[in-house]
Structure formats: C-alpha cells, structure tokens
Design a protein around this ligand. Structure first.
Ligand code: PFF
Length: 476
C-alpha cells in the first residue's frame, strides 16, 4: 500500500487539538518573529511597518490560514494532493494544484536558508554558553556577557563566523540534522513531541527576558518606536515587505499548514484554532520587538542595522547589562527552540509530498529532502565569503544588492508566497465547492459571509496590487 499522508493521519495524526495548536504555533513562531520582524521593523521605520503588518495579518493572513487548514483537512493529503482532491470534489481543473506546488517549493527553499540562520543561533549558543559557564565556575555568574572582551571584539564575532565557510557549514549541518531527525520520527513521535516540549519552554523564556528588558532597558523608547507610525515611510515596497512578512511569519503558502491541516481530527473547529494561532504568532512578534528594542536603545545602538541586529547588536548590549552573560545564553536558546519547531514544519511539507507522490518511506523522504535543502544552504553560507560578490538576481533592481541568502529570502517572501496565496484565495473563494468549504470552516451565518468576502475579494485584489507595485515600484 502506498503510504499516504492521509493514511498516516489515521494512524498518527495530532493526538489532540492542543497538540495541533502547539505544533502550528511552533511552525508559526520562529526566526520570523524574533529575527526577521524586528529587523524589518527596524529597517523600515518602526510604527508604519508594524501597522501595515498588523492589518495584513488580520485581513489577509488569518483568512488565508483558515483556507489552508480547510484545504488540508478536506484533501487529507500533502499540499498538492489535497488541492487535487478538493478540485475533484468541486469538479474543477486539477491544475489549481499548481499553487500547492509553489508552496512546497517555497517551503523547501525557505528551509535552505532558514537552517543557515538557525546555525548562527547555534554558534552563539556555543559562544555564550562558554562565556556563561566560564563566569559561573569563576564564581561570577552575574557578569555581563563577554565582559573581558572589548566592544569591537564582540560585534566582530559575527564577522569571524561569516568569514569561515567551515564554521558556517558545520552549524548549518547540525541544525539540519536535528530537523531531519525529528521529521523522520513521524508526526506524532517527532513533530508533536518536539512542539509540546519546546513551545512551553519558549514562552517561559520569552516572558522572562522581556521582563528583564523592561526593567533594565529603554522600554518607553521601544514602545514609541514600534507604535508611532510615520506615514511618510509607507511606500509600496514597504507594504510588500510587510505582506511578505505576514505570510512568512504565519507560515502561509509554504506547504506547512495544508499538510498540518491534513493531520487534524474531524471534530476540531478550524476557525477559532486559526484565530488562536494567528493571535499567538502576532503577540510573539510584538513581544519580541518589546524584548529586543529596549535593550538596543538602552545602549544607544541603531535599530536599522539589518540582519545583524540580534547577532551583532544584542551581544554588545548584553555586555554592559547585569546578568547579561546568562541572559545572552538564554536568549539564543529561546531562538533555537522557536527555529526548530518551524524548520520541522518546513521540511514536513515536502516530505509528506514525497511520501504521497513516490511512496517513499518517511525517513528516506526526510533525509533526501533535508539533504537537498542543506546543499542549497551551503551556497547561502558561501555567499558571505567565497561567493560574496555573487548577486543571483542582480539584474532586477529590487534584488540588485541581495547576496545569495537574501535573494532566496526575498524571492520566496516577496514573490512566491504572495503568488501562491493569491492563487489559493481564488481557488478557495471561487472554485472550491462552497458547501464543502463551509462545513470545513465550521463558520456559519455572518461570519462565514465575512470570511468568504475576505478570501474571495479582498485577498486576491490586495495581494495582486501589493505584488505588482512592490515588485515593480517604477509603475507607481
Ligand atoms: N513562520 C516561521 C517563522 O516565523 O520563523 C517560518 C516559516 C515556517 C515559514 C514554516 C514558512 C513555513 F512553512
């Protein structure tokens, strides 16, 4: 018998609604919340970006998340197979599954660079762990981080890492191995177990460090920075960036949520579940901002430094803060937990597809696809040293300055995810059988009408416009 994802769902889907929520929140909460969101908010002027982001999450992200779960649970298969089944039942062309294909490919590409960045996190756990335990054994556990080094040496750590292809590839390999091992262990014994242990630990650390930052950092300035919108900053590329970030952070259009939806029991009400997951993800992004910016401002650092924000700026901040050495270590452990529960969802989408499509065994599928993403990730890592001059899409003005990692990140986030989301909203809003969709959502009356309006009208139009003007700003 061919091992389909649906057959696995029968044997080993989520064991409860809570397990599903934890796994899906685990998929959503990750580097996107703690690394990408503060970085983009910092680069794009703070409040205005945050505002557009919130609107995108509420009006586009949440309705689309419910759409993904609907397609997955109705289709009982991977991201392509599920769309095909819903298309069959709705008597429309199976070609609509193209968006499922874009999703799986996007998930695979995101995994490749995601693991590289998560590797940096592992490297910083190693560095801060050495520093903290050194202090502990010296009887000075509450010292600042790297307090015997100068500021330049600390901010130079990232440069040292980036200059070394060997170190970058090693930590990338470690992280990818952990991801593959969990996915190979199965939905119930791997993914669900990881989420039920790691997510509670994550929330505990997040609150702890935020409270620490509120007392020791410049909280007021962080709040002003994040919540006072400067509308002159609202350009089409900023809106495209915010929309892409909403997709990325909610794990939309990347194969993960359709696949996770296929493992959900029939009696789970999907609409409130999607709302809970979106809310939790958004809360974590905002709290992460309120955790990071007070610390950044307290020591007079620049919030708009880009991807180096949490790796270069924060360790400098931790140097002068009481207990900074411990907090620094916990901070990177926190990000590692969040990243791992996301990377497993990124690998699960392509893995479920390979199991369904080719009848592969789960471990074989997870290893092959994980290795494939690992190889692409190596190119991203080399883009910081040996291939530092390579600009893969240098001919396209919005990607002109982007190195290999930034190109894959930008291409998936700004283009592939919104495109797949656009096609999905047309499919769910217009093509899929209305009755089938309604039953799956669990919504009725006015709420169903509102949701359908958002999916059928607002999402396609808004996403199409943002895509067009974001990718071709000269048209404006
Ligand atoms: N949502 C994750 C984050 O914010 O880090 C990243 C992600 C996971 C994107 C899973 C897409 C996905 F399918």
């Amino acid at each position: 018998m061919v091992a389909t994802a649906s057959a696995q769902a029968g044997e080993q889907g989520w064991s409860s609604r809570t397990a599903f929520i934890l796994a899906a929140v685990g998929a959503a909460v990750g580097l996107g919340n703690i690394w990408r969101f503060p970085t983009l908010a910092g680069e794009n002027g703070g409040g205005a970006f945050v505002l557009v982001y919130l609107v995108c999450v509420l009006l586009i992200g949440l309705p689309l998340m419910l759409s993904e779960f609907v397609v997955g649970r109705a289709g009982q298969s991977d991201a392509i197979g599920s769309v095909q089944r819903v298309a069959d039942e709705s008597r429309v062309s199976r070609r609509w599954s193209i968006f499922g294909g874009i999703e799986i490919l996007a998930g695979f590409l995101i995994l490749s660079f995601y693991s590289v960045v998560a590797g940096w996190v592992l490297y910083y756990i190693w560095l801060s762990g050495g520093d903290f335990f050194g202090n502990l054994f010296a009887g000075e556990a509450l010292r600042g981080a790297f307090s015997d080094l100068g500021q330049d040496a600390v901010s130079g750590m990232m440069g040292d890492l980036f200059a070394s292809p060997g170190r970058l590839i090693l930590v990338h390999a470690l992280f990818m191995t952990a991801t593959i091992a969990i996915v190979a262990s199965g939905v119930h014994d791997g993914i669900e177990k990881a989420a039920t242990w790691l997510m509670p630990a994550f929330f505990f650390l997040l609150l702890g460090i935020t409270i620490y930052g509120a007392f020791t950092g410049d909280f007021g300035r962080a709040v002003t920075f994040m919540f006072t919108p400067d509308f002159s900053k609202l350009t089409a590329p900023v809106m495209n960036e915010a929309l892409g970030q909403a997709f990325f952070s909610l794990s939309l259009a990347s194969g993960a949520l359709i696949t996770y939806g296929a493992y959900v029991a029939r009696d789970v009400n999907l609409a409130p579940t999607a709302a809970t997951i979106s809310l939790a993800d958004t809360a974590v992004a905002l709290i992460a901002g309120l955790m990071i910016f007070p610390i950044v401002f307290a020591v007079g650092l620049d919030p708009s430094v880009g991807p180096a924000l949490i790796f270069q700026s924060l360790p400098v901040a931790f140097q002068t803060m009481p207990g900074g050495s411990l907090i620094g270590l916990l901070f990177f452990v926190l990000i590692f937990f969040a990243a791992l529960t996301s990377s497993i969802s990124l690998l699960e989408g392509p893995t479920a597809w390979a199991i369904d499509r080719f009848g592969l065994r789960r471990p074989a599928a997870a290893v092959m696809l994980g290795l494939g993403a690992f190889v692409i990730g190596i190119a991203c890592a080399l883009g910081y040293n040996v291939w530092a001059d390579v600009r893969p899409l240098g001919f396209w003005d919005i990607f002109a300055d982007a190195d290999i990692l930034d190109t894959i990140d930008g291409f998936t986030g700004k283009l592939m995810l919104p495109l797949a989301g656009l096609l999905m909203s047309i499919f769910v809003g217009w093509k899929a059988d209305r009755r089938l969709v309604e039953v799956q959502t669990g919504l009725s009356g006015g709420l169903f009408v509102l949701w359908r309006f958002l999916v059928a009208w607002l999402c396609p139009i808004a996403v199409a416009l943002i895509l067009l003007f974001g990718l071709f700003p000269q048209l404006l």
